[in-house]
Design a protein around this ligand. Sequence first.
Ligand code: FAD
Ligand code: DHB
Length: 391
Amino acid sequence: MHVQVGIVGAGPAGLVLSQLLHRAGIESVIVESRSRAYCEGRIRAGVLEHGSVNLLNAAGLGERMMREGLVHRGIYLRFGGRSHHVDFTELTGKSIMVYGQHEVVKDAIAARLAAGGTILFEASDVSIERFDTAQPSIRFRDAGGNAQRLACDFIAGCDGFHGVCRPSVPAGVLTFYDRVYPFAWLGILADVPPVCEELIYSNSERGFALFSQRSPTVQRYYLQCTPDEDLGEWPDERIWHELQARLAGEDAPHLIEGVITQKGVTAMRSFVTEPMQFGRLFLAGDAAHIVPPTGAKGMNLALADVVALAHGLERYYRDHSMATLDVYSASVLGRVWKAERFSWWMTSMLHKFDDQNPFDRKLQLAELDYITSSHAGAQSLAENYVGFAMT
Ligand code: FAD
Ligand code: DHB
C-alpha cells in the first residue's frame, strides 16, 4: 500500500487534516487504534473558537454544526458569590460555538467515508519507520490481525499525547516543556436543561466549577478534584451537591438536577514539544502539545496545526517545494505558546491551590476583579478566548 500522506490517529487533528488534503487533491490514509464507535463516543472538548468554526465550514464539515451548535457571545466569570459577564462579541466582534468534539469527529468521519476516504480503525501494533528518509512508512496489524505496511511520502503524527509518533523520534532531537497541575477535572454529562444561557467559570472557596452545555437538553459540567480521584466516591447526589455549593451566592442561577449519563476524570498538564517535526514526520495537536482544559484551547490548537500542515503539503505537491513544510513547526509554535500562556493563566486564576496563602488568594480575587471591571482586562481575555486568526 502506498499513499501520499499517512496519518496516525483519527481525532480532530487527523480527521480534519485528511479532509483538508482531500479537498486539495492529496490522498491520505488514517490509521487509528480504536474502533469507529469509540472515537465517535469519546466525550471531550466542547468549545470552538471563531476561526475553528470558519475552518470547519470552509472544509465542508460545518453543516450540522451550524444547525445544532450553540452560538455564545461571551462567558460568565463567577467569584465572591456573583457572576460577571464578559461579552466577547462587544469586545472583539466575534463569538464562539459550543459543539461537542465527538460531534466534530462524527461529522468528519462521515465526510471522509462518503468521499471514499480510508480510515483503518482498530489497528494494533502501530509503529512508524524511516521518516528520516524520503520513504517513510507506517506498520500495523489491521482489524483482522494481518500485518500491513503503509508506504507514504509523509507521516502526520496526529495520535494524541499517548501516541507512538512523538516517542519514535530519536532521543535528543526534541525538547519538552512540561508542567503538571496538582488537581484534575471531574466531568459529567447530564440530561437536564442549562443552568444559564452561557458558560459559567466559577472560582469558589471549595474549588473550581464549570457549567457548560451540549444542547438544550444535555449539559456538561466540571468540578475541580484531585488527580487520583476515585469516581466510586462521587455518587450523583454528591456531584449535584458540590455543583450547587460551587455556584452558591447572591445571584446564584437555578441549577436543575437530573440523570447523570457519563462521568470521567481528566488530568491537567501543560506540555510543548519543540520542534514539532523531524524529517518527514510532522506532529500535530495533542501529539505535540497539551494545555489544561481551562480556556478550551486543545481542540482549537489541533485544528490550527493541521491548517498549517495542509498548506505545507499542498505547496509540496503543487511546487515540489519543501519551503513551507520546513517552517511548519516555527509557524505554529507562536500560537501554541500563546494558548499555553492563556490556559495556564485561566487555570491559575480560577482554581483552588492547596498551597495558596491568604496573600495569593487576595491576588487571585484582584485579578478576577480587574478582568471583569476593566475594558482592557476583559478585552485581553476575550481576544484570547475567541482565538487568533489561523494562518
Ligand atoms: P486526540 O483527540 O487525542 O486524537 C488522537 C487519536 O489518535 C485518537 O483517536 C487515538 O485513539 C489515536 N491513537 C492514539 N495512539 C495511537 C496509535 N498508537 N496508533 C493509532 N492511533 C492512535 N479542547 C478545546 O479546544 N476546547 C475544549 O472545550 C476542550 N475541553 C476539553 C475537556 C476535556 C475533559 C478534555 C479531556 C479535553 C478537552 N480539550 C478541549 C482538549 C481536546 O479534547 C484535545 O486537545 C483534542 O482531542 C486534540 O485532538 P487530537 O486529534 O490532537 O488528539
Ligand atoms: C468545555 C470544556 C472546557 O475545557 C472549557 O474551558 C469550556 C467548555 C466543554 O467541554 O464544554
